[in-house]
Design a protein around this ligand. Structure first.
Ligand code: PBG
Length: 330
């Protein structure tokens, strides 16, 4: 043969057949690692489509119960609930009302599926406030961090009493995990866990979610959600949340923040807590839109997305594709 040197090391050997590739695959993706986020709309008699999230709906209370059963049957292990109330006010009264839509839906789902599915609830005021912010405002119209904490404590109690197994504080107020833990414990809800949205960034990719919850927000959340330019800050947020009693920490969004996720996964492993990542609305809609145009192949694109989030270190993934992906994976 000619004078080139043959490669001695040939990584391609291990890629030759599907069996070989399967044998050496580093990353697993199981239905049991997936959590389905779901929306429930007050007063809806049937599911209402969300135009910017094809395939996702605002559920009626009945259709939500059915969706929860389907999730269990598919092997999904968690459901993260968001409420869409018909009336909103300055303090988000619907969030703490035992007859508020989110609290009713928590009880519905808990009654339907019991412990077969981990019932989780978004613990944040934005769906319930007429200004659309995650907290209450002071006289100048600024977010009042500490007054918001009191609302979160009450909201945690309402959700735990309704039957939430896990509460998910997503408002990025300082001290929120500590206040919620203390309120839950004082009321005897010792086993209610906290999935803390610890490293949550102000993101343009939340766009479709704003339609999903009929958000009233004007402006942005940059005084409380993190700046996309910062990664180190996530370490601080996560350590604080673990210290305050978070059982699971989360990075959100996922795709534009896989570097942050990797860093937090390494940190969380040292600290001994699991890590979740939220594959958010805009990440969902981009794939759906491109697939609808025929520009990418939908199923492999979805599985590659979820695999990448696992590879970057997530133990748990919140994804609108949870049930469909779980069925493919079985
Ligand atoms: C706040 C909250 C948001 C999302 C989950 N919880 C919106 C925001 O912070 O603006 C976004 C989820 C998604 O985009 O899929 N309660």
């Amino acid at each position: 043969m000619s004078d080139f040197e043959r490669p001695v090391v040939r990584p391609r050997r291990l890629r030759r057949t599907p069996a070989l590739r399967e044998l050496v695959a580093e990353t697993t993706l199981r239905p049991g690692q997936l959590v389905l986020p779901a929306f429930v709309r007050e007063g809806a008699s049937e599911p209402v489509p969300i135009s910017s999230m094809p395939g996702v709906v605002q559920h009626s209370r009945d259709s939500l119960r059915r969706a929860a059963v389907e999730a269990v049957e598919a092997g999904v292990r968690g459901l993260m609930l968001f409420g869409v109330p018909t009336t909103k006010d300055a303090v988000g009264s619907g969030a703490t009302d035992p007859d508020g839509i989110l609290n009713l839906a928590i009880a519905d789902v808990a009654a339907e599926v019991g412990d077969d599915l981990v019932v989780m609830s978004d613990l944040c005021l934005d769906e319930f406030t007429d200004h659309g912010h995650c907290g209450v405002l002071d006289e100048r119209g600024h977010i009042d961090n500490d007054a918001t904490l009191q609302r979160y404590a009450d909201m945690a109690l309402a959700q735990a009493e309704a039957g939430a197994a896990v509460v998910g504080p997503s408002g990025m107020m300082d001290g929120q995990v500590a206040v919620i833990r203390e309120a839950l414990d004082a009321a005897g809800h010792l086993d209610t866990a906290i999935l803390a949205y610890s490293a949550k960034y102000a993101s343009a990719f939340y766009g479709p979610f704003r339609e999903a919850v009929d958000s009233a927000l004007q402006g942005d959340r940059r005084t409380y959600q993190q700046d996309a330019r910062n990664a180190r800050e996530s370490v601080r947020e996560v350590l604080l949340d673990i210290d305050e009693g978070a059982d699971i920490v989360m990075v959100k969004p996922a795709l534009a923040y896989l570097d942050v996720l990797r860093r937090i996964a390494d940190l969380a492993a040292e600290q001994g807590v699991p890590v979740a990542a939220y594959n958010i609305s805009g990440e969902y809609s981009m794939v759906e839109a491109a697939a609808a145009q025929g520009w990418i192949e939908r199923e492999p694109a979805i599985l590659e997305t979820l695999t990448a989030i696992r590879r970057a270190g997530a133990d748990v993934i919140l994804t609108y594709w949870a049930v469909e992906a779980a069925r493919w994976l079985r």
